[in-house]
Write a protein that binds this ligand. Structure first.
Ligand SMILES: *[C@@H]1O[C@H](CO)[C@@H](O)[C@H](O)[C@H]1NC(C)=O
Ligand SMILES: *[C@@H]1O[C@H](CO)[C@@H](O)[C@H](O)[C@H]1NC(C)=O
Ligand SMILES: *[C@@H]1O[C@H](CO)[C@@H](O)[C@H](O)[C@H]1NC(C)=O
Length: 414
């Protein structure tokens, strides 16, 4: 961080003292000389770095002088640097630009109908590598629920042959996206994502944070806190991670969890490896916490694999190039079971049966692959099965798959 410094002219009392000291000048006495050195300054220099600070209330900001804070269009939210500075908070809304750490992007002037709302976050200095966006509040329209078939997909590509698909799960009404220059960028999201966060590589120019709003009356509300991390920060996420969870144990979930997972995701949920832990283990609290493609009720993850329509693994087309269960899955690289032996599959899909083999709903799956991570992948469409009349009740599109919510813990024993 480039530190700026503050010169403060202290009270007249201090100013007067050096003059009286001057009269007692005695170079032979080192103690007096030293004392004189301290006193003989017209200016008392108070230096403090422009570090992150907390306000007296809930917000956070950067420590600046009162005047600098005003010049930079910030707002003082409390004292810092022993009262010599103010904790200066920055907030922007649609159309705004900020190069300040901990800037808050608010919904202060969003359009009520169709329109967009974009802000630009520029590096606070020339050594910024990542941005962390915390969704303190995030609610916009959810994904499409239109189940009529709009295209046919074969081998993941739209084409004349193949499986009938609908636009269910696509963020067609409202959407949020982040630009990142040439770096890895988070997937486009919509729906309810309060409490979630994403990391993005900092663009050397600026990153655009952009909402596009469709013609809807759904309540929209958001507050996004943007933290800038220097290239040597201990808080950087490992490269390629969409998210980085630093608690030794906790929960992770897919975007818009519980209200339908989203299309076109590649959500890489990474967890910081604690000292002494050699693997991470994942499980589900409830059967409905794992709900990704597949037939209506069967648990088909956990190494068993889908058995319908000749599909033998998740996130892979069947031999005909189709996949009547969709092409969405959770990937746990180099999966092993709790006892430490290799699991037959590293990709999991299926519905409402936990992270499961058919027999064991509350299966625990572990992995030693680093960085510790679970990856949710989804394609652009949900299978409609309209080839069959009526549309199968088991099809992806009619089931609004919740997505995935996982409990994780780290293990130093196995
Ligand atoms: C601000 O408060 C948070 C949460 O209480 C704390 O983790 C953080 O260390 C504080 N930051 C500073 C600069 O004091
Ligand atoms: C931004 O603030 C966070 C505290 O929330 C701090 O960890 C980080 O180092 C700050 N970034 C810069 C570039 O000062
Ligand atoms: C699964 O395991 C978790 C954690 O041990 C526990 O809280 C939960 O009740 C279990 N759920 C089921 C369905 O057995």
């Amino acid at each position: 961080m480039s530190s700026k410094y503050l010169c403060l002219l202290l009270s007249a009392g201090i100013l007067l003292k050096p003059f009286s000291a001057e009269k007692r000048n005695d170079n032979s006495d080192p103690e007096t000389n030293d004392r004189r050195g301290k006193q003989f300054s017209f200016f008392q220099v108070i230096q403090f770095p422009n570090e992150a600070c907390n306000g007296t209330g809930t917000g956070s900001g950067t420590c600046y002088t009162g005047q600098e804070c005003t010049t930079r269009n910030g707002a003082s939210i409390g004292p810092c640097a022993n009262g010599f500075g103010v904790c200066c908070a920055f907030s922007i809304s649609c159309g705004g630009t900020s190069a300040e750490n901990l800037t808050v992007f608010t919904d202060a002037n969003i359009p009520t109908g169709m329109g967009d709302c974009t802000v630009r976050i520029c590096p606070a200095n020339d050594n910024i590598c990542q941005l962390r966006l915390d969704f303190d509040r995030f609610q916009i329209s959810g994904p499409s629920t239109i189940t009529t078939s709009v295209t046919q997909i074969q081998n993941g590509q739209a084409g004349a042959l193949g499986t009938e698909n609908s636009e269910v799960s696509q963020c067609n009404m409202d959407r949020f996206e982040v630009s990142s220059g040439s770096g890895v960028r988070p997937p486009i999201i919509c729906g309810l994502n309060t409490g979630q966060h994403v990391f993005v590589d900092a663009d050397s120019v600026c990153n655009a944070l952009s909402f596009q709003f469709g013609p809807t009356t759904t309540m929209r509300t958001f507050q996004i806190r943007v933290t800038q991390y220097a290239c040597d920060s201990p808080n950087l996420a490992p490269s390629g991670c969409t998210q980085f969870f630093t608690n030794p144990s906790g929960t992770v979930q897919t975007f818009n969890f519980g209200n339908g997972h989203l299309a076109d995701q590649n959500q890489v949920m990474c967890v910081r490896q604690t000292q002494n832990s050699c693997r991470i283990c994942w499980t589900t609290a409830m059967a409905i916490d794992f709900d990704v493609s597949g037939s209506a009720t069967s648990g088909i993850g956990g190494g068993v694999g889908p058995t319908l329509s000749g599909v033998t693994s998740c996130c892979a087309p069947n031999t005909a190039g189709n996949n009547l269960q969709g092409l969405d899955c959770l990937s746990l690289p180099l999966a092993e079971n709790a006892a430490g032996t290799a699991n037959a599959r590293s990709r999991f899909c299926g519905r409402k049966a936990g992270l499961s083999s058919v027999a064991v709903i509350n299966l625990t799956i572990c992995s030693r692959s680093s960085p510790f991570r679970a990856v949710f992948r989804s394609n652009g469409f949900e299978v409609t099965d309209s080839v069959v009349t009526p549309v199968l009740a088991t099809s992806e599109s009619t089931n609004k798959d919740n997505g995935v919510k996982l409990i994780y813990f780290q293990d130093s024993v196995n």
